[in-house]
Ligand binder design. Structure first.
Ligand code: DX5
Ligand code: ZN
Length: 217
């Protein structure tokens, strides 16, 4: 299959040196830049909003992989597309009319993703999987970087891989939360083809080398 993609999360970057950190990612083997948006309602934390995404987009040379951890994301899809999102991922748990939301993201010219919280079964995607470009399996409860990886994730990725094989073989299977060099081999083995990493990259002494290590597994 295709080589797995690496998506460092700028939630763990130094916000006072964001241009420097984005330029580091531009030089790195990272494939996407993961952008975590938290509204203080869907998740118990607030991250940053449109002006920051625009500022990141001004310097980034790689696609912005925007992960919306927000209630009723339909309200803001156009704002994120205008701010430079290449991918927009919404939470299954935050969308009453997910099919409509996915079509709206595509109409804005973005790749459309759906994210699942750790308690949300993969089987619930059966009637939407053919319509999405990406599924994001949360391997922590969303809201914070630096949390411990949940082991049940491997099983969910395997289930998703089976579902995608029959209905959407080009699907991006992305995993997010607590990803590190220790669990990456098993995640790829299970079927993940896009890995988000925040603290493991930005808290390492040498983020460029850490990204390279994750990419070369
Ligand atoms: C968690 C976010 C993650 C987070 C990952 O709510 O969705 O993208 O930034 O950070 P680490 O890799 O530190 O768990
Ligand atoms: Zn994320």
């Amino acid at each position: 299959g295709m080589k797995h993609l690496i998506a460092p999360s700028i939630l763990a970057a130094d916000f006072a040196n964001l241009q420097r950190d984005i330029e580091m990612l531009n030089q790195s083997e990272a494939d996407w830049i993961h952008v975590d948006i938290m509204d203080g309602l869907f998740v118990p934390n607030i991250s940053f909003g449109f002006p920051v995404v625009e500022a990141v987009n001004k310097y980034a040379t790689k696609p912005l992989d925007v992960h919306l951890m927000i209630t009723d994301p339909d309200r803001y899809l156009k704002n994120f597309a205008d701010a430079g999102a290449a991918h927009i991922t919404v939470h299954y748990e935050a969308c009453t009319h997910l099919h409509r939301t996915i079509q709206a993201i595509k109409e804005l010219g973005c790749k459309a993703g759906v994210a699942l919280n750790p308690h949300t079964p993969v089987a619930l995607l059966e009637d939407i999987i053919a319509d999405v470009d990406l599924v994001l399996i949360m391997s922590v409860n969303p809201g914070f970087g630096g949390q411990k990886f949940i082991q049940n994730t491997y099983k969910k990725i395997e289930q998703l891989k089976t579902l995608s094989a029959s209905q959407n073989p080009d699907l991006f299977i992305e995993v997010d939360g607590g990803v590190n060099i220790g669990n990456t081999p098993q995640l790829i083995q299970a079927g993940a083809n896009a890995l988000v990493a925040g603290n493991f990259v930005f808290s390492s002494g040498n983020p460029l080398a850490t990204i390279k290590e994750l990419k070369q597994i």
